[in-house]
Ligand binder design. Structure first.
Ligand SMILES: Nc1ncnc2c1ncn2[C@@H]1O[C@H](COP(=O)(O)OP(=O)(O)O)[C@@H](O)[C@H]1O
Ligand SMILES: [Mg+2]
Length: 338
C-alpha cells in the first residue's frame, strides 16, 4: 500500500521558488492499479519521481506499507528503492546492450552473480513474452517489445510497487492495449501495486481501479474509477464516457441525461420505461460499456410528451436521470477531457 500524505513540492530557492505540487493526498491499496491523470505541466512526473523515491517532497510524507519512506537517510532510501520498480520510457534502453543485457542491468548493480542473473533474466523475459528476443538489440525491436523489455527490467529486483510515467505514450492503440493487459496480468500474478502516470483517458478506462486527477499541481478528483463513472457530476467520469452531442428530437419531447449508477441496471430499461409510462422513448446518443467487468454508461433519451414518473422509474432501475429543460442544448459535458 502506498500513501501520499499532504505532499507539497517546491523547486528553487525561497523567494523565487515555484510550488509545483500542492498538498497532494491519495492512497493506493496493495494489488490495485492506480492512474494519475492530468495535462502536460500538471505535476505528474514530479509526483512519480517522489513516489519512486527519486525526489524528496518539500513537505508531507510517502508511506510504503505503513512505513514513512520520505524522511530516510540516503543509504536507507537506496534500500527502499528496490521495493519500487520504475518503468522508464522505452527509449531509455541501452542501445549497445541486447534485450537480455538490458534486463540484467539492475541485477548487475545489485551484485547478483552471473548464473543467478542468467536464470532470472530468462524468467523475466518469459514473463513479458520475449523469450525468443533475448539476443536482439533495442533497434531490432518494435516499440511495444522495447516497452516489454523495460517492464522486465523494472521487475528485476522483485519490487512490490511498479511506477510508470507515460509508459504507453507514443504507442499505437493496439500495442497500448497489450502493454496494459500485461501490467494487469503482472498485478494478478505477483500482487503488485501499480501506479500509472498518464495523460491518456484510455489508460484509465482500460486498467485503472482507482484514479487521481491532477490539475496545476492539485488533486481535483480521486476515487474508484467505477464510482466516478457513475457520478453524473464527475468531470472525469464524463471524460471517460462522454455523451458528446445528441441528435435532435421533436420540440415536444422531453430530454433526459441518464447515467448508469449500479451493477443491476436492466439491459432493457428503455423498453421498461416505454411500457411503464406509455410513452415513446427515443435514444439520441449514448455509450454503454463494461469497465472492469461492471456496466457503465451515459445515454440521452427523449420522452414523447411529458410524464411525471420518469425520474423515479429511472432511479428504481439504478439509473441517475437529469431532465434537460432546454432540449436544444447538448450535454454540459464535453471536450474538457477529450
Ligand atoms: N527540477 C525542476 N525545477 C523547476 N521546475 C520544475 C522542475 N521539474 C518540473 N518543474 C516544473 O513543474 C511543473 C510540472 O512539471 P511535470 O511534473 O514534469 O509535469 P507533467 O509531467 O504533468 O507534464 C512544470 O511547470 C515544470 O516546469
Ligand atoms: Mg510528465
Amino acid at each position: 500500500m502506498i500513501e501520499v500524505r499532504s505532499v507539497t513540492k517546491r523547486f528553487g530557492k525561497r523567494a523565487r521558488s515555484v510550488e509545483v505540487l500542492h498538498d497532494i493526498d491519495f492512497s493506493v491499496g496493495t494489488g490495485q492499479i492506480a492512474a494519475v491523470i492530468g495535462q502536460s505541466g500538471a505535476g505528474k512526473t514530479t509526483l512519480s519521481r517522489i513516489i519512486s523515491l527519486l525526489e524528496r517532497p518539500s513537505e508531507g510524507r510517502i508511506l510504503l506499507d505503513g512505513t514513512d519512506v520520505s524522511g530516510l537517510s540516503e543509504r536507507r532510501l537506496r534500500e527502499q528503492r528496490r521495493a519500487i520498480g520504475t518503468i522508464f520510457q522505452a527509449s531509455s534502453l541501452l542501445a549497445r546492450r541486447t534485450a537480455a543485457e538490458n534486463v540484467a542491468l539492475p541485477l548487475e548493480f545489485a551484485g547478483v552473480g552471473r548464473a543467478e542473473r542468467r536464470a532470472r533474466v530468462a524468467e523475466l523475459l518469459e514473463r513479458v513474452g520475449l523469450s525468443d528476443k533475448a539476443d536482439l538489440y533495442p533497434r531490432q525491436l518494435s516499440g511495444g517489445q522495447r516497452q516489454r523489455v523495460g517492464i522486465a527490467r523494472s521487475l528485476a529486483l522483485a519490487p512490490k510497487v511498479l511506477v510508470s510515467d507515460e509508459a504507453t505514450s507514443g504507442l499505437d492503440p493496439a500495442t497500448t492495449r497489450s502493454i496494459l493487459a500485461l501490467l494487469r496480468e503482472l498485478r494478478d500474478d505477483l500482487g503488485l501495486t501499480i501506479v500509472l502516470i498518464t495523460h491518456e483517458m484510455d489508460v484509465v478506462r482500460q486498467v485503472a481501479d482507482v484514479v487521481t486527477v491532477l490539475d496545476a499541481g492539485r488533486v481535483v478528483e480521486s476515487g474508484p474509477v467505477i464510482d466516478l463513472l457513475r457520478d453524473p457530476r464527475s468531470e472525469l467520469g464524463v471524460g471517460l464516457l462522454p455523451d458528446r452531442s445528441h441528435i435532435t428530437a421533436d420540440d415536444r419531447d422531453v430530454l433526459w441525461h441518464v447515467t448508469y449508477g449500479s451493477d443491476t441496471v436492466p439491459t432493457n430499461w428503455i423498453e421498461l420505461l416505454g411500457t411503464a409510462t406509455g410513452r415513446s422513448i427515443g435514444v439520441l446518443s449514448g455509450t454503454v460499456e463494461s469497465v472492469g467487468g461492471r456496466p457503465a454508461g451515459r445515454v440521452t433519451i427523449s420522452v414523447a410528451g411529458d410524464h411525471p414518473s420518469v425520474g423515479e422509474l429511472l432511479a428504481s432501475w439504478g439509473l441517475h436521470g437529469t431532465r434537460v429543460d432546454d432540449n436544444t442544448s447538448a450535454p454540459a459535458t464535453e471536450e474538457a477531457a477529450a
